[in-house]
Design a protein around this ligand. Structure first.
Ligand code: C2E
Ligand code: CA
Ligand code: CA
Length: 760
């Protein structure tokens, strides 16, 4: 019989040991106090149980007494460690150290006392008890044992109190955790009471230690109530900002969170949700996909919402479909922010009109999407807008621009697109049949009325380009409209100009010239013509290189037809470089014939300064052809004063220092001629008779010519008078002290061969 008990107790030890190993390997990793307190409790339990086994199996009194003493002491420590565990587990009295300290101290004293039982036998006495044929050592209690018992029951009371308090104070989900341990603990105590007070031979409560160790380990470390998990999950989904809706395998509604209900199912009728999503599934071949992601727009209470929608199917472990859920993320805010950003990038912040690039794109799109609608491009320009800014301040200028764009928006609602291309330049694309002159006239009058007063009259110019070639670039359409404006730029009242046939022809021919230029240059269609420059006594030592385009079909084209265009577009530098090389080559050739007294003047455009290194180009030419730089004369005009004057003067000065001679061409034709004289270290001043209208007002003109020549001489410059056409002019010029003369009177610009035949 006793052996059977011992077997049970050893089984209990084994189970406790298993729990220790389990916790030590699986849970000790999270080395927290709770885990450690359980292990301590179990180890004390094991020791106590083994001690009890020793006591009841001992055949000698000494071992039996040792067993019982250890067993009684062990009960103290079981309760103490249980209390420590309870502190960590229930989190009650965690902050007080008094109770643990006092109880531990008392336990130590109690232990010392119990182990003195060997001497004094004040706690218990051994007695032999027979069960059936078997006997074993049991014990009879003495007076001191009561002290030990009282101490133990105080500990029991404390523990029960802790668990009872925790059970009452915790949420319904967790009550089981504490209640179960409380019940189990009370059960063991009751059994122990049974053993002590009802004289049951063996302490059967020890058997329950195994159950207790499993309870403690399970409820403390592993137990997670299902209802609680569900509760947590649904709370989380309720609080999520996205809308969640789920359906089972038959597409029947299961669950939707609050956000979803608020947005999609205000009536509360969940059938609506089912219908709504069954519709979607029909459209989207939902059988073959396991998840999908798309964007959708929903109208909720009259507001438009944008959602990032996710659809996911759920499968069980074996891969059987069990349901699906939708999640809707409201991206309306992001979308609006993105739209706003896009708007800011494409629209002018001041007027709200489109910006240039966006306008070009928009126009392209409209033209491509409406191939059968005819359109016009209307551009406007406020005359002298800079002056308005200067006179009234930038704020007023801005107000005016806002007014302009408001009027365009309001009056010309038929505009398909409209933009502020730059400062005061607006462009409007509109269907041709909606355009009318009155519309713009009244608009323009209204805007100019806004600014007009006694000191200032505002004038708005409008250019209209009829889009006849809708595949041309939008830039060229706007250019066309502005070209029309250019044709009326001297107007003093609001007016409208059309990019008409004349302008169109001009534009087309310009496009043609630009298209042909490169090839013409490669194939030598540009020829250098030479016009002699003679001294007053008829000797020729100088000539001017003037370009001619010998066009294969159109014959000889004069520079006026292409030079201004090439200057505007920047291509002039290619042509000039070519002509300069022709001149240098010719000078070298003439040297070889023994004519090293002859010079050639070449023309330099202001644009050449931007597109190439003039100094490098000219220096390498004279070096390449081994000619004296003074024989290549450089003609510049005062247009170089328009921008970056200092830089240009610096280049000219270094050319002069290298040995080139500098001529100021067309002196007197502009307004900064005198400035040129002052600032440019030129060697020769060149003046056209035509500019001085010598013929119309002969006397005044001649006086001016005389004075300029005197001035030039005083500055140490030589003078060339060009445009000499008559003998009369020649006679007069002979007496003025001019050094050289050039003009049709002597000869026109000639092809090089002809020039050489005559003059060499
Ligand atoms: P420019 O430099 O003032 O050249 C003088 C212009 O006056 C030449 O016109 C010439 O043919 C013309 N001319 C000469 N004598 C008389 C005359 O007695 N009466 C009248 N009415 N005109 C006369 P062209 O050759 O048509 O050149 C026009 C302009 O084109 C030149 O004016 C020059 O600015 C520019 N140009 C010509 N060739 C070149 C060149 O190779 N490069 C650059 N950058 N410009 C050039
Ligand atoms: Ca010239
Ligand atoms: Ca000239």
């Amino acid at each position: 019989m006793i052996k059977l008990y011992v077997l049970f107790f050893l089984l209990t030890v084994f189970i406790m040991l298993a729990c220790v190993v389990y916790i030590a390997t699986r849970h000790i990793i999270k080395k927290n106090k709770l885990n450690i307190s359980i292990i301590q409790l179990l180890i004390v339990g094991i020791v106590t149980t083994l001690a009890y086994c020793l006591a009841i199996t001992a055949r000698e009194e000494l071992y039996a007494e040792l067993g019982y003493a250890t067993y009684f002491a062990g009960i103290d420590w079981i309760l103490i460690t249980f209390m420590f565990y309870a502190r960590h587990y229930t989190k009650i009295w965690q902050d007080t150290y008094a109770a643990p300290l006092i109880t531990t101290t008392i336990a130590v004293i109690d232990n010392i006392s119990i182990f003195h039982n060997f001497k004094w036998h004040h706690a218990f006495m051994l007695k032999q008890v027979t069960i059936g044929e078997d006997w074993f050592y049991s014990f009879a209690i003495n007076d001191y044992y009561v002290v030990h018992l009282v101490f133990c029951y105080i500990l029991v009371a404390l523990i029960v109190l802790m668990f009872a308090q925790k059970t009452l104070q915790t949420s319904g989900f967790h009550r089981n955790r504490y209640l179960s341990i409380l019940v189990m603990f009370t059960g063991i105590i009751l059994l122990n009471v049974l053993y002590l007070f009802f004289d049951y031979p063996v302490d059967v409560s020890i058997c329950l230690y195994s159950v207790a160790s499993i309870f403690v380990s399970y409820y403390t470390l592993m137990y997670n109530p299902k209802t609680f998990v569900e509760f947590m999950l649904s709370t989380i989904t309720e609080r999520m900002e996205c809308a969640l809706i789920s359906f089972d395998e038959n597409d029947s509604y299961i669950y939707s969170n609050q956000v979803a209900n608020r947005m999609f199912c205000q009536s509360g009728d969940k059938k609506l949700l089912e219908e709504r999503f069954r519709k979607w599934r029909e459209g989207k071949d939902a059988n073959s996909i396991s998840n999908a992601n798309w964007n959708d727009i929903y109208n909720i209470n009259g507001d438009e919402y944008r959602f990032d929608v996710h659809f996911n199917k759920v499968y069980d472990k074996k891969g059987f479909y069990c349901g699906c859920y939708f999640s809707f993320y409201d991206v309306t805010g992001d979308f609006l922010a993105y739209e706003e950003e896009k708007y800011r990038n494409s629209h002018d912040s001041l007027t709200g009109a489109l910006k240039r690039e966006s306008f070009y794109e928009e126009v392209r799109r409209i033209l491509d999407e409406n191939p059968h609608t005819e359109y016009v491009m209307v551009c406007t320009n406020i005359k002298g807008f800079k002056l308005i800014n200067d006179m009234y301040g930038v704020d007023e200028g801005d107000k005016l621009l806002i007014r302009c764009s408001d009027l365009i928006r309001e009056k010309i609602s038929s505009a398909s697109a409209f933009a502020r291309l730059e400062s005061d330049r607006f462009a409007i694309l509109m269907p041709k049949n909606r355009y009318s002159e009155e519309l713009f006239m009244t608009g323009m009058n209204q805007v100019s009325h806004f600014m007009n007063n006694s000191q200032y009259r505002m004038v708005i110019l409008v250019g209209v380009y009829d889009i006849f070639d809708r595949h041309a670039t939008v830039v060229s359409m706007c250019d066309g409209a502005f070209l029309a404006i250019d044709s009326i730029k001297d107007s003093f009242k609001n007016s409208i100009a059309y990019y008409g046939d004349m302008l169109r022809r001009e534009y087309m021919s310009e496009q043609k010239i630009l298209g042909e230029f490169e090839e013409a240059l490669q194939t030598g269609q540009f020829a250098m013509f030479l016009q002699p420059v003679v001294t007053t006594d008829g000797r020729m030592t100088l000539c001017e290189a003037l370009v001619r385009w010998i066009h294969p079909s159109r014959g000889i084209i004069a520079p006026v037809s292409f030079i201004p265009l090439l200057e505007r577009t920047g291509y002039i530098y290619k042509l000039d470089q070519y002509i300069w090389e022709q001149a240098a080559k010719r000078l070298a050739y003439w040297t070889s014939l023994g004519h090293d007294e002859l010079s050639i003047s070449v023309n330099v455009s202001v644009k050449d300064f931007y597109y190439m290194d003039i100094y490098d180009t000219l220096v390498s030419l004279v070096e390449k052809y081994h000619i004296d730089p003074s024989r290549l004369k450089i003609e510049i005009t005062e247009s170089i004063f328009m921008t970056e004057k200092e830089r240009q003067i610096e280049i000219i000065t270094s050319l002069k220092e290298y040995g080139f001679l500098i001529e100021i061409d067309d002196f007197g034709s502009g307004y900064s001629s005198l400035n040129m004289l002052k600032e440019v270290p030129a060697d020769i001043l060149k003046m056209d008779m035509a500019f001085l209208s010598v013929d119309k007002n002969q006397n005044r003109g001649r006086k001016i010519v005389n004075t300029i020549i005197t001035l030039a001489k005083a500055l140490g410059m030589m003078v060339i008078i060009e445009g000499v056409e008559t003998e009369e002019q020649l006679d007069y010029l002979k007496g003025t002290g001019a050094d050289y003369l050039q003009g049709y009177y002597f000869n026109k610009p000639l092809p090089v061969k002809k020039f050489e035949d005559i003059y060499l």
